[in-house]
Ligand binder design. Structure first.
Ligand SMILES: [Cu+2]
Length: 371
């Protein structure tokens, strides 16, 4: 389990990387104990069954002249091999059921977070607060392409981790924008499918502050391995301060957006921002050099969209293209980010059209098309 071996390596402990993690919540400890209990029961059953078999084969073999016993329709034997497994199964089911019931009981949470999977990133929304953001893979492409040495958290790092408080019950509502994903953090013993059109519940109460890493655990397409989960657990007071800062940052961003609407961004700043947005949101499909993947994702260099009518270009970025993997980015990106990425796509890779698209153009487009 990659996530554990990474964590163990950084904390100096050396728990076996072959076993389940004990994790950092009461539930994960319960799950671990359950796993060990059942493992030991299986070991005992294995030893008894193979022991009896070996004993029978060695001491009752034909060459010793032993005659086969006949206990057909023996009531005693039949009752024994019905009752004994039944008792073992009940013995396993009682603790397992009680843990499962605890895991499913997301009631009386202190905080609710809507977790939305999409190809190929996670979106987090703090339901009771005006805070939401996307969490994207931050491993540099150069590491993925084997040009740079891979970091310790290779493919398990994001630009903006989910932040939760310790010692408080956090409820997760899982859903998806497109296909089935699964939000998995081994240290919390939380692994829950995120299904489009459904909401699944899970919860956690983390005992120790720290950074916990996980992955999407449901094969969800080309970049399934590139949508990690990173959760930072902060002490409650620190968490409250973080949340307050996020709320203020959001207000500041709205003010900045209003300011940008009233002015023109310079071509250089559009291109710089555009390159950043392109790398984070577009390059996974259209590739960093804009060439796309032939037959799968269209190339952008010299394409009808990037060289044609600006309005159509804005339209496809804002609204996406139905029936394809092209998502609608209106809600994922700010007006300035959309303006920048459209500008970038029309001028990068030697196209130099000179077109520059401003945040207010995007604002007008969205509001005139009745969105
Ligand atoms: Cu996924």
């Amino acid at each position: 389990m990659l996530a554990n071996s990474v964590k163990a390596a950084s904390s100096g402990e050396s728990p076996s990387t072959y076993n389940l993690t004990k994790g950092v919540t009461d539930i994960s400890q319960q799950v671990y104990d359950l796993h060990m209990t059942i493992f030991y029961i299986c070991v005992v059953i294995g030893i008894v069954v193979f022991g009896v078999m070996l004993y029978a084969m060695v001491f009752h073999r034909k060459s010793r002249g032993v005659k086969a016993a006949n206990f057909h329709e023996s009531l005693k034997v039949e009752v024994a091999w019905t009752i004994i497994p039944f008792i073992i199964l009940i013995g396993m089911a009682i603790p397992a059921t009680s843990t499962l019931l605890d895991m499913e009981d997301a009631s009386e949470a202190d905080l609710t977070i809507v977790v939305t999977g999409s190809q190929w990133k996670w979106h987090y929304r703090y339901l009771e607060h005006d805070v939401e953001f996307y969490s994207l893979l931050s491993t540099p492409v150069e590491q993925i392409q084997n040009k740079w040495i891979k970091g310790d958290d290779y493919l398990l790092e994001v630009d903006k981790p989910l932040v939760i408080p310790t010692d408080r019950k956090v409820r997760f509502l899982m859903t998806s924008d497109d296909v089935i994903h699964s939000w998995w953090v081994p240290d919390f013993a939380v692994k829950k499918d995120a299904n489009p059109g459904f909401i699944n519940e899970a919860w956690t109460k983390v005992n120790e502050p720290g950074i916990y890493r996980g992955q999407c655990a449901e094969l969800c397409g080309k970049d399934h391995g590139f949508m990690p989960v990173v959760v930072t657990a902060l002490e409650p007071a620190k968490f409250d301060a973080w949340l307050q800062k996020e709320i203020e940052a959001k207000k500041a961003a709205a003010a900045e957006e209003a300011r940008l609407l009233a002015m023109n961004m310079s071509f250089d700043s559009l291109m710089k921002e555009g390159e950043k947005v392109y790398g984070a949101y577009c390059a996974a499909c259209h590739q960093a050099n804009g060439a796309g993947l032939p037959g799968v994702f269209p190339g952008l260099v010299g394409s009808a969209i990037t060289t044609g009518d600006v309005k159509e270009h804005i339209d496809i970025v804002v609204n996406g293209k139905k029936g394809t993997a092209m998502q609608a980015f209106a809600k994922q990106l700010t007006l300035a980010q959309i303006a920048a990425v459209v500008t970038y796509e029309r001028n990068a890779w030697g196209m130099n059209s000179g077109d520059s698209v401003q945040p207010k153009d995007i604002y007008q487009f969205i509001n005139n098309s009745g969105e």
